[in-house]
Design a protein around this ligand. Structure first.
Ligand SMILES: C[S@@+](CC[C@H](N)C(=O)[O-])C[C@H]1O[C@@H](n2cnc3c(N)ncnc32)[C@H](O)[C@@H]1O
Length: 361
C-alpha cells in the first residue's frame, strides 16, 4: 500500500477526498459542540506524520485548522483537546515537528502519543471508567492502512460515552485481497467482532464486498449500538471501490452534517459514492440525487398512512439522502401521485414544517 514503508508519502486523490470530508464535517461539528460544552475532544487514532511529500496537510493538521481557521472560532467557548496517536516513531516525530510549528491558542491542547491506537484508547477509557466519568463530546477518526489494530470492542467502548462519534476507514478492497490469508484471521475476528466474515469466503466478487460492508454496518448498529450508521463507498472513476468510510453517531444533526460533507466530495465529480443500503440494488449517486428513488422508498415504507414531516425527516436520515424540502415541494406542485402535503388552514400550500402532515398513496 502506498506510503506504508515511508515516513512521509505522496498524497493520493482518494486521501484528498477523505480530507475534504474531515474538514467539512469538523467545520459543522465544532460550532455545534462547543456551544453547549466546556470541552470537546478530537482524536486522530492513526494520525500519520501530519504532512505529505509535497507539503500537503495530513489529517491532524486538518483537524487542528478546522478549529484555528473557523469563522466562529472567537465565539466558541469550549476548550478543544486534540489526541493524536501514531505508532511509528519516525512519523510520530515528524508529526510533533509539524504541530510545533503551529501557534496554538490557550483554548487548544494537543497531546501526541507514540503508541498503538488500541493501547492509547484503552488507557484513556480505563482511566475514565475507574473514575466513573464520561469522555467529553468526542469525534474520533480511525484511519488505518489495513485491518489490524481496529477491534470492534474498542469502538464499542468509545461509543458507550454519550456524545461520541467515529469515522472509520474500512479498507474493503484490502480485505478482499487478503481475506484467505491465515495471518489475517485474528485481525478480521477483532475488526468485525464476530466470526461471520468467514461466510464471505464462499462468495466472490462484488457480492463478497457487499456482504462484508453490510456485516460491518450491522456490527456497528447492533453491537456498538450506534443510532445512526452510514457507510460511504468511495469509488474511482472506473467504479472500483477504493475504500469505505463508516460514520457512527447517536446524533441526528451529526448524521445530517456528515452527509453534507460526503456530498461535497461527490460534487467534485471525480468520485461517486454509492448507496448499498439494499445490496441487491446498488445505486450510484453522481451529481444529482435520484429523488424519485427516495419517494419510492418512503412510499413503500409509509404507504396508505399519514406522517408528520419530522417523522419523514427521521426516515430520510436512515437513507443515504440528505434532508431537503424542495424536491418534495416541487413534486407536490406537479401532483406526484405518491404523496400529498397537508397543512392546516391558513398555511401556504406546499409548506413543510414540523406540523405538516404528508399523506402517502
Ligand atoms: C493511513 S495512515 C494515516 C493518514 C492520516 N490519517 C492522514 O489522513 O493524513 C495510517 C497511519 O497509522 C499508523 N499506524 C499503523 N498502525 C497503527 C496503530 N496500531 N496505532 C496507531 N497508528 C498506527 C501508520 O504508521 C500510519 O502513519
Amino acid at each position: 500500500m502506498a506510503g506504508e514503508e515511508k515516513t512521509v508519502w505522496d498524497l493520493d486523490p482518494h486521501t484528498r477526498a477523505k480530507h475534504v470530508i474531515l474538514r467539512k464535517y469538523l467545520n459543522a461539528w465544532l460550532p455545534k459542540l462547543t456551544r453547549w460544552n466546556g470541552r470537546v475532544v478530537i482524536c486522530d487514532g492513526f494520525a500519520g506524520p501530519g504532512i505529505y511529500s509535497q507539503g500537503e496537510e495530513g489529517s491532524p493538521v486538518i483537524a487542528l485548522k478546522a478549529y484555528l481557521e473557523h469563522d466562529y472560532q472567537s465565539r466558541m467557548k469550549a476548550d478543544v483537546k486534540y489526541l493524536f496517536i501514531e505508532s511509528d516513531p519516525k512519523r510520530c516525530a515528524r508529526l510533533e515537528q509539524v504541530i510545533d510549528e503551529i501557534e496554538l491558542p490557550k483554548t487548544v491542547d494537543v497531546s501526541i502519543f507514540n503508541e498503538r491506537c488500541e493501547g492509547a484508547l484503552t488507557h484513556l477509557l480505563d482511566f475514565l471508567d475507574e473514575r466513573q466519568s464520561h469522555l467529553a463530546p468526542s469525534f474520533t477518526f480511525i484511519d488505518p492502512f489495513g485491518v489490524s489494530g481496529v477491534p470492534l470492542e474498542m469502538i464499542v467502548r468509545l461509543m458507550k460515552h454519550p456524545k461520541s462519534e467515529v469515522l472509520i476507514t474500512c479498507m474493503l478492497s484490502y480485505i478482499q485481497r487478503f481475506i484467505s490469508t491465515p495471518e489475517f484471521e485474528k485481525h478480521m475476528d477483532r475488526l468485525f467482532g464476530c466470526a461471520d466474515w468467514r461466510q464471505a469466503l464462499e462468495i466472490v466478487g462484488q457480492e463478497r464486498e457487499s456482504f462484508l460492508r453490510m456485516l460491518y454496518q450491522r456490527q456497528l448498529e447492533s453491537v456498538v449500538g450506534a443510532k445512526y450508521v452510514r457507510h460511504f463507498t468511495m469509488k474511482d472513476v472506473k467504479n472500483k471501490t477504493i475504500y469505505d468510510l463508516f460514520f457512527a453517531t447517536n446524533s441526528a444533526s451529526g448524521m445530517d452534517a456528515m452527509k453534507e460533507a460526503m456530498w461535497n466530495v461527490d460534487q467534485s465529480g471525480a468520485y461517486a459514492f454509492s448507496d448499498a443500503t439494499d445490496p441487491a440494488q446498488e445505486t450510484l449517486f453522481t451529481t444529482e440525487p435520484d429523488w424519485n428513488r427516495l419517494f419510492d422508498l418512503l412510499c413503500q415504507r409509509f404507504h396508505g398512512t399519514e406522517q408528520r414531516w419530522t417523522d419523514i425527516e427521521e426516515a430520510i436520515r436512515q437513507t443515504p439522502f440528505r434532508i431537503r424540502k424542495l424536491p418534495f415541494r416541487e413534486a407536490a406542485k406537479l401532483k406526484d401521485p405518491r404523496f400529498t402535503i397537508i397543512n392546516r388552514k391558513g398555511i401556504r400550500s406546499g409548506t413543510l414544517n414540523d406540523d405538516t402532515v404528508v399523506r402517502f398513496a
